[in-house]
Design a protein around this ligand. Sequence first.
Ligand code: AMP
Length: 170
Amino acid sequence: MDLRSFIRDVPDFPKPGIIFKDITPLLKSTEAFQRTIDSLAEPFRGNRVTAVAGIESRGFIFGAAVARALGAGFIPIRKPGKLPWTTRRHEYVLEYGSDALEIHDDAVAPGDRVLIIDDVLATGGTAVAATQLIRGFGSQLVGLATVIELTFLDPRTKLQGLEVHTLIQY
Ligand code: AMP
């Protein structure tokens, strides 16, 4: 199955010059969605992942399903001000603007083995912020998986030493 055919390019969204990778056709397809979740989880089976951390907001959709596929729990990494408990924060720069991510203070336990999931790996800024948050707990970061990788933005140079798995490359 060619997952690429389920990604819709939306030019100039959310601002001019950005080609937004719309994953909603992929989510809507029973087969494509199942294949995506299986393919995201596959390399990490046997890695004893205990928790999947999903990045708001599309990382929640894929992350929760991958957590279920791996028999792991789910940790939300959210935009500032959304989490109700005490949080840790990391500031970062992304393809269109700058932002910060937060995680609950008690989200990760010392023995956890964490896999990070998002929809798109673009500049890698968001992914780096998420890895810093997880590593800040001193727990094991097993890897990072995304549906789409924008290779022309060279995100992997920022993520050296980490197991990075992506399904569709542009
Ligand atoms: P970055 O930090 O530059 O790697 O950007 C990754 C984050 O921004 C992900 O959470 C994506 O959801 C979002 N993102 C960045 N670029 C795009 C794009 N071209 N299409 C859709 N989402 C994107």
